[in-house]
Structures are given as C-alpha cells and as structure tokens.
Design a binder for this molecule. Structure first.
Ligand code: KG4
Ligand code: ZN
Length: 361
C-alpha cells in the first residue's frame, strides 16, 4: 500500500510517499519539507497570506519531486492524504484543493486528515508503538496531552487555555530582541544564563484542572524585561534561562498528572509510553525533564526523530495508511471543507466559547 501525503497547514510545504509492506512494515519512500522561515523572519512570525502564497508556488513541484524520489507514479498510489485542518485556512485550501485535483484526475480516493492525528500516529510509523499511549504535543500552534486509544479514537486530557508553548517561546524571543523562530534562540541564550535570577510564575502548577496556561508567564517576562531595560546580553540570557526553567517546571507538573491518570486508567498496560511531538520537543532541558519524569514513573519515553516530530507530510501519508488499514478511509472525501479549527477529540468540551468552529485550543 502506498499513500501520497500533503501538508500545508502552517509554514512548511511538504509532500511525502509512505509505503506499507505486506508484512506490516512501514517505509518512508520520500519526505520533502520546504520551510518558509525566511519568508516570515522579517515579520517575527508566520504571516498567513504570505504562507498561503508560498504554498501555492511550491506545492506542485514538491509533490512531483516526492513522487520522483519515491520512484512512484500516481497510478502506483492507493490514495491521496492531505491535511484538512486545523491550521491557517489559506494554506489548508491550497493543500486540500491540490489533493482533490490529483485524486479526481487519477481516480484515487482522497483522505482529509486532521493534522493532529498525523502527530498522534507518528510513533507507530517510527517505533511501531501499540495502543494505548499518551501524546504530549508541544508546537507553535498546539499544547495538548492526548490519550491515543486507536486510529480515530482520541481523548484530549489537557490543552492550553491561552498561548501554545512554542508561541510563548517565540513571543519571549521577540520581546528580548532575539530572532525568529524564537524557541531555538531562547534555548541558546538560556545556556549562558542564570535560571535562578528571576522567579517567574509556574502557571497551573499544582492545580486540579489538568490544562496548561502560558500567557501569565509571558506577561511576567515582559514586565521584568521592561523593568530592567536596557537589557545587556547577560540580562537576556538570565531571562531566557529563568523563563525556560519556569516552562519546564510547569510542563513537568502537568505531564506528571497525566501519567498518574494513565497509570490509574490502564493498570495492566505492560509498558506505558509517553510520546512527545512538536517543535518544542527539540528543547533539551524540556526533553530531559520529561525523560526523567518518565523514568521515575515507569513510562517509556518516545521521541520520534526531529524531522518527523515537527511538521511534515510523511505523518499525513501515514495517517492515511492507518485509516485505510483500519477501514476508516471515509473522511468526507471530495466534499470536505478545510477547517481552521478541528479538535482531535470531537467530544471534548470547548475550552472557550462554543461557536460553530469550536474553541481555538
Ligand atoms: O512543530 P513545529 O515545527 O511547527 C508547528 O508549530 O506546528 O513547532 C514550531 C515551534 C516554534 O514555536 C518554535 O519556536 C518551537 O517550536 N521550537 C522550540 C525549539 N525549537 C523549535 N522551542 C523551544 N526550544 C527549541 N529548541
Ligand atoms: Zn504540527
């Protein structure tokens, strides 16, 4: 079985072909990701309209290259899988319409894939992980803990009530004059800083509600930076280190809570696992705190290779394969309209508001 995957939900244009052999072995035949970071750098963040136009310009060539890399023609594939939400709607339209055109011209089925499902199922592609397991998704757009019970069977256990964690890193970087994308630059600056110099808040730590919150921390960073301005290089390093320590501490508290819940709900799970995904999973202090937490709690720590942890199309093609294999390929097909908001767990209560499109988180 071979599936062509397409991903355009944010600032990466990506195409990939993934194959499932007869013995159940998955192989990534091609995986091309074109980052738009340079196009957005001058603005300090992703500009939706620029992103959509950049996707239009690159996507057809990228798909052609992904097919060529995989030595695959459209007649060899079983289906086209494209991210249909959640994300920036301009980019989603570009990817999904392209996928619909290819599906219609080649007579292959179309699978409209939830981007979060792509992240959620990746450890099965990379590590053959068995259900159920816990997923911690920490990216620029999402901060969630999700129970992954099966294909199409997800339960959101925690989400952010305001900013995503990657967003908090990016905004902190911007406030301190560090370049975009902020996360790696905050981590770099923090390595020369004193994490004890500023006692930033640990949002939600110890609270019964399982969710995340980062906007108060962002405000505390801004107030501190304003109070001691002009900032020396050491000040910036100390703020970054103190911010990163607060984030790591708050995150560990929330994750520990979820691990305990998992252990209670699945007492017979032989080897429970926590999977991390999203760009923030690249952060070394965050990663080692989570590794330690898992080791202390008897959980396996699974971190797919970074290229499959951040946005890519192999995870979308793989989600397509999982759906085909599970008999869940009917996703609405050609009638599917891209959704900027699309919770993975449709039954979860909106965090804010109950509008037709659902909560931001
Ligand atoms: O998963 P990703 O590549 O894209 C999506 O947001 O979907 O995540 C990007 C986010 C950005 O906010 C970036 O600043 C953050 O991940 N990030 C990091 C690090 N590397 C990337 N945050 C903290 N430390 C890092 N080393
Ligand atoms: Zn993502």
């Amino acid at each position: 079985m071979r599936v062509l995957g397409i991903e355009t939900s944010c600032d990466e244009t990506a195409a990939s072909v993934v194959a499932l052999d007869g013995d159940g072995h998955a192989r990534i035949l091609s995986n091309i990701v074109l980052s738009q970071i340079e196009e957005h750098a001058a603005f300090g963040g992703v500009v939706p309209e620029i992103a959509a136009r950049a996707h239009v310009e690159a996507l057809d060539g990228l798909i052609e290259a992904a097919l060529a890399d995989a030595d695959t023609s459209l007649s060899d594939i079983n289906a086209v899988a494209a991210t249909a939400g959640p994300g920036l709607v301009g980019g989603l339209i570009v990817g999904l319409m392209t996928a619909k055109a290819i599906a219609s011209a080649s007579g292959k089925p179309l699978l409209a894939i939830n981007h979060l499902e792509g992240h959620a199922l990746t450890p099965r592609l990379t590590d053959g992980l068995a259900f159920p397991y816990l997923l911690l998704l920490v990216s620029g757009g999402h901060t969630q803990i999700v129970l992954v019970r099966g294909v199409g069977d997800y339960q959101r256990w925690a989400t952010t009530i305001d900013d995503a964690l990657g967003e908090a890193f990016d905004k902190t970087a911007k406030m301190l004059g560090l370049p975009y994308p902020g996360g790696p630059n905050v981590e770099k600056a923090a390595s020369n800083g004193d994490a004890r110099r500023f006692a930033f808040p640990r949002p939600m730590k110890g609270e019964a509600r399982p969710d995340f919150s980062f906007s108060g921390l962002k405000t505390a960073v801004r107030q501190t930076a304003t109070a001691i301005a002009p900032l020396s290089e050491q000040d910036v390093a100390d703020i970054c280190a103190s911010f990163q320590a607060a984030v790591t501490d708050a995150l560990a508290d929330r994750v520990q809570r979820a691990l305990a819940r998992f252990a209670t709900e699945f007492p017979t799970a032989a080897c429970p696992a926590l999977v991390v995904a999203g760009g923030v999973a690249a952060n070394r202090p965050v990663r080692s705190a989570l590794e330690k937490l898992c080791a202390d709690s008897g959980f396996q720590f699974v971190a797919p290779p970074m290229a499959l942890c951040t946005d890519n199309a192999a995870m979308i093609a793989w989600a397509g394969i999982e759906r085909l294999r599970a008999g869940l390929a009917d996703t609405g097909g050609m009638d599917f309209v891209p959704r900027s908001r699309w919770p993975l767990d449709g039954a979860s209560a909106p965090v804010f508001g109950s509008g037709r499109r659902g909560a931001k988180a």
